[in-house]
Write a protein that binds this ligand. Sequence first.
Ligand code: SAH
Ligand code: SF4
Ligand code: F3S
Length: 436
Amino acid sequence: MRSVYIETYGCQMNVADSELVASILRQAGYRIIPTPEEAEVILLNTCAVREHAEERVIGRASQLSGLRAHTPKLTLGILGCMAQHLAETLPQRAPFVDLVMGPDSYRRLPQLLAETAEETLLDLRLDREEDYQGIDPIRRQGVNAWVTIMRGCDRFCTFCIVPFVRGRERSVPAGEILRQVRVLTAEGYREVTLLGQTVNSYRDGQVDFAGLLRAVGQVDGLKRLRFTSPHPADFTPQLIDALAEIPQVCPGLHLPLQSGSDAQLERMRRGYTAAQYRALVAELRQRLPGLALTTDIIAGFCGESEEDFQQTLDLVGEIRFDSAFMFKYSPREGTFAHKKLEDDVPEATKTQRLERVIALQEGISWEINQQLVGQTVEVLVEGPSKRQNGQTRTFYGRSPQGKTVVFSQEVVANALVQVHIERASSHTLFGELAEP
Ligand code: SAH
Ligand code: SF4
Ligand code: F3S
């Protein structure tokens, strides 16, 4: 049995894909191992969304290729979005790589691994049909399971590489999703997160996203239902009703904003204005009590003036997100912005704007979390926390809003407990189990 080590970069969809790859390889007789040192096959499942992510992976692949001294027959493969993006140039940039495979080719991975070749093997066909039906991903033992419900993206925001590396949007049939969720709850998972780049544009011909959520909410044993990322322009009244009515749907949404300036949103081709985003948030907050909102912001996209950026700060300050992922714009070859718009915000300005929005958001996150001190929240326990609090062992889980909650009493994973919050940072709540 050949052993395989898989390392994952990028978003949750990539994490889910690595679980899929593990399943495909295990069925083909491979053994999945948790560290690279003894592996005969090393696979890096990569992200292309920003340039920095790609540089990191090339460095890491080069470092791992050093293990050939110890395992001469080592096969080193690059999978995923960056493999697709850099395609033909990767063998020159990283000659120590044996295999380059895009996200629609994983069923052929055992076949390619069985071949030995002098040259790097490439498999980069994007397949509008591939949705990996019938494969049950090997999930990390845990509490929350990722379930990919759609692949690809058809939105083509001008800054974004995803539609180019993941291909056209396609939805997994609802019957297959329900089958997977039933298997998961039978295995003991209590929380499921449905995944897609624009998850709320899901449609399989019969069922839309609202209908899918209602069906998944009926599955026995499911306690918490999450999904990511919904696109602000794809909310329907039926979806908002479903969110409000399905008890398992968690009050936490990731709603990427990108910019608060209409001119920038237009240049990005996001499909909504600041006013529309604001109105959506108002409606969601009114219908979903206790809703936590998180977002993504890009600083320094093409054409962004100081005034445009100020509008982003104003909207971030007005909406008060619970937290945000914030990035400097990174031009991606092949996108509309790379071809047609000038990357005209100087690097120093991008950095400075990023720092400003981070500082603003960190303060807001901190203030929102302070309001939870003294309250008791329901926590789905995930396990021992990695970061140790001095000498005492700590455990962690998540609140319905998706916030990380750390406490010191030992509780088995998957339990639902009440935690009394005693203090909070911008990113974490700390407390002790409430007396039952
Ligand atoms: N499908 C999601 C976003 C997926 S990419 C959505 O549309 O909501 C995750 C985040 O990466 C994006 O929301 C955006 O903020 C950021 N991002 C994407 N392309 C980028 C680029 N070229 N430069 C900087 N950030 C980028
Ligand atoms: Fe990229 Fe836009 Fe698709 Fe999100 S919706 S993955 S930002 S193209
Ligand atoms: Fe995800 Fe990065 Fe690909 S964000 S879809 S892994 S480009």
